[in-house]
Write a protein of this length. Structure first.
Length: 429
């Protein structure tokens, strides 16, 4: 396939992916008419996209003739759509720049043309593109002081804050997995097994961060957004911008192994409105002195950083409250599966992966069950969706009967009791 044919195929793929992401239950006949494709060409393209793993196709069960389908973009499909869109925009921007260069003299000498270009806002003259996020040079939010013990610190945020939107409780703790790679391979972490949790190097884009921030504002979110998840957040090059943007709508915490930290980076995180920086020390007690000196050199408030001792061996459970990460690891002194019945995780929190996929909690390392994708739905709609409600109701009632919960040995009731009680009232009505 030459470049011309490849570009045409990419354009066709983008048109199909965009259309079915907006109209997943559209018929092939209507889709072909909307795109200007023959039915034969459309059928060929759809089968190709399915073969590449970009879309899933499901028959409507109640349709006897089986002529209608439901088209679902896979995570790979969502990522591909975004990539094709960006490439398309780059191509159009380049064409725009070339046209502007050709007409530069005529436009420069004519105010009418200048104003017309400013009004429709194409390319580098777009008002939307003028609103570029830049890192803070000074901190713009006060530091929210909390107790430095981890559970008590989280209790202040989770259990002391119960907000509602449209008369239902909203979460107070959101974990973001902004990058799917870690520079370490700890034996108690699923990242130690590349078959279970390989480093894919995929990273969250700013458009997702912007969307999340605006939707959290809409529901008047008052909790924390914590950057940790399935990778090491300090490896994301846009970390400071991400933190600054999220701070418009929430408290922001960053959890790191500290390997890439230096005084300047600590200072930058503080300046960009991070509320807490939690450093997990895995190598030994000597790291305390190292990081305390680093904190002093950064000139941030001492209670901005929390140092966590994690250098113990399996006899002391590595200094962690070990769980099996829904049947993924068995190292250390693990609780038996089935010991804990109730779980409040889905009552007060969820996790968002790099591509926008929403998961019940950070225990699901194999990403078995997706609650939805926030690039396709409003975050509140995912939070109150049928699938999320099914898991939440079951777990409040002590029923771990759905995968991945059937394999999980996490206690799950340490936090979120207030949220769970409110949800129980709603489900009992």
């Amino acid at each position: 396939m030459n470049n011309k044919e490849k570009n045409k195929q990419n354009t066709d793929d983008l048109d199909i992916l965009r259309t079915i992401s907006k109209k997943p239950n559209i018929s092939q006949r209507k889709l072909s008419k909307e795109l200007g494709f023959s039915l034969g060409k459309l059928n060929y393209c759809i089968k190709l996209l399915q073969k590449k793993g970009l879309i899933k196709i499901q028959n409507f069960k109640k349709n006897k003739k089986k002529l209608n389908y439901l088209y679902i973009l896979t995570p790979q499909g969502i990522s591909k759509k975004t990539k094709l869109t960006i490439n398309f925009m780059k191509k159009k921007m380049k064409e725009y720049d070339e046209l502007m260069k050709e007409e530069e003299v005529n436009i420069k000498n004519n105010n009418k043309y200048k104003n017309e270009i400013k009004e429709f806002g194409i390319g580098h003259n777009s008002q939307a593109l003028d609103n570029v996020i830049e890192e803070n040079k000074t901190r713009t939010k006060p530091l929210f002081k909390t107790i430095e013990v981890n559970i008590k610190r989280r209790t202040v945020i989770v259990d002391d804050i119960l907000s509602t939107h449209k008369e239902v409780p909203i979460p107070s703790w959101i974990e973001l997995s902004i990058i799917d790679v870690c520079n370490r391979s700890c034996s108690f972490c699923p990242k130690s097994d590349p078959k279970v949790a390989p480093n894919t190097y995929q990273k969250m884009q700013m458009n997702l961060i912007n969307k999340l921030t605006e939707e959290l504002k809409e529901i008047k979110y008052k909790g924390s957004v914590v950057l940790c998840g399935y990778g090491e957040p300090m490896l994301h090059k846009d970390l400071n911008l991400i933190c600054k943007k999220l701070s418009e709508a929430s408290f922001v915490e960053v959890v790191t192994n500290g390997d890439t930290l230096n005084p300047k980076q600590i200072k930058n995180l503080y300046i960009n409105n991070v509320n807490k920086l939690l450093i997990s020390m895995y190598d030994g007690e000597h790291q305390i002195k190292k990081f305390k000196q680093m904190i002093e050199d950064s000139k941030v408030p001492k209670d901005f950083v929390i140092l966590r001792d994690r250098w113990y061996d399996s006899k002391k459970d590595y200094g962690l409250k070990l769980t099996n990460r829904t049947g993924t690891i068995s190292i250390g002194q693990q609780e038996e599966v089935g010991k804990y019945k109730k779980c409040f995780y889905p009552s007060y929190q969820f996790l968002i992966d790099w591509n926008g996929d929403v998961f019940l909690c950070p225990q699901d390392w194999q990403r078995r069950v997706t609650m939805g994708n926030m690039m396709q739905e409003h975050i509140f709609d995912i939070w109150t969706s049928k699938i999320m409600s099914k898991f939440r109701r079951n777990l409040i009632n002590g029923k771990r009967i759905e995968s991945p919960c059937t394999l999980c040995n996490a206690e799950g009731t340490i936090l979120g009791k207030n949220h769970a009680n409110e949800w129980a009232k709603i489900y009992s009505n």
